[in-house]
Write a protein that binds this ligand. Structure first.
Ligand SMILES: Cc1cc2nc3c(=O)[nH]c(=O)nc-3n(C[C@H](O)[C@H](O)[C@H](O)COP(=O)(O)O)c2cc1C
Length: 287
């Protein structure tokens, strides 16, 4: 199928402006490979590898030339320094930072020609990221899975793009081709988390995937209770919070409002193809 060119596809040399967002304990190598082979790009949090050596093995084994990216958590991350070092050594093409000052990461990654995007939920953080030299912003809006913002996706992405002049990824609720069409009107690419949990390759447990398929937005609760920062979780799984041995993210499951618009567990590459085909159909059907 024909490429869809935006500032984001040009920046990364990919076919489609679709990003499989980094998800703690969910993103894995099979998911990233399937997405990249389908013409999009996927990201993985470096903390999804049990230890730094595991992250290094992943980087060593990744197929040369296949697009991918990693997510570095900047705050309360004891592995940040060594994971950043390995990222630089292996010249990871794309790094997305969350929670903290991205300046040192931008400097290190730009030195080898890599790109850095920053997760932001408001204009203040967007301005800081722009001043630090970010190549694009991830506008994490209300209703997103994980640590979501509180501003509507209809407003956040175009607002940050206008104020900073940077390319913007629309994050929050995107699950279908129609939404991708809206996302490309508001920003330069879509950043899709929750929908990729419900794929064959994702690292979520079968119970998690089943719960997600059964959920509606009314089952998604926005609360700071789990991590100290407001995030969206499935209501029933929140009951496990505080139970013996129950761990945030592993037993307390995150998902966004996008749970409304899924009904199956396709292979991740097929999901990318569906998004593109749905986008084209929706575009042709516009009044
Ligand atoms: C289970 C789960 C785990 C996540 N973990 C991370 C993470 O480790 N780092 C990060 O930057 N964002 C994380 N996120 C947020 C996603 O990268 C992305 O911003 C969000 O999922 C987009 O919204 P959507 O889920 O509505 O598509 C997570 C989201 C989910 C659902």
């Amino acid at each position: 199928m024909e490429r869809l060119e935006t500032a984001i596809t040009r920046m990364l040399g990919i076919r489609y402006p679709i990003v499989a967002a980094p998800m703690f304990l969910v993103s894995n190598r099979p998911l990233l490979e399937a997405v990249a082979r389908a013409g999009a790009i996927g990201l993985i949090p470096t903390l999804n590898f049990r230890d730094h050596a595991g992250y290094r093995r992943f980087l060593e084994d990744w197929p040369a030339g296949l697009p991918f990216g990693v997510n570095l958590i900047l705050r309360h991350n004891p592995r940040l320094e060594e994971d950043l070092e390995a990222t630089v050594e292996h010249r990871v093409p794309l790094v997305v930072t969350s929670l903290g000052d991205p300046t040192p990461v931008v400097e290190s990654v730009h030195a080898y020609g890599g790109k850095v995007w920053c997760d932001v939920v408001n204009l203040k953080h967007a301005r800081k990221a722009a001043a630090a030299g970010a190549d694009a912003l991830v506008a994490v809006a209300s209703g997103a899975g994980g640590h979501a913002g509180a501003v509507s996706p209809l407003v956040l992405a175009p607002w940050l793009r206008r104020e900073t002049g940077l390319p913007v990824l629309v994050a929050g609720g995107v699950s279908t081709g129609e939404q991708m069409l809206a996302g490309l009107a508001l920003g330069d690419g879509v950043y899709v988390g929750t929908r990729f949990i419900a794929t064959r390759e994702s690292g979520a447990s079968e119970e998690y995937k089943r719960a997600l398929l059964a959920a509606s937005p009314a089952d998604v609760v926005y609360t700071p209770e789990v991590t100290g920062v407001a995030a969206n979780f499935l209501r029933d799984s929140l009951e496990r919070l505080g139970q013996d041995g129950a761990r945030p993210w592993k037993d307390v499951w995150s998902a966004g409002h996008g749970v409304a618009l899924r009904n199956d567990l396709p292979p991740a590459g097929e999901l990318v193809a569906r998004l593109v085909a749905g986008y084209r159909r929706a575009k042709a059907a516009l009044p």
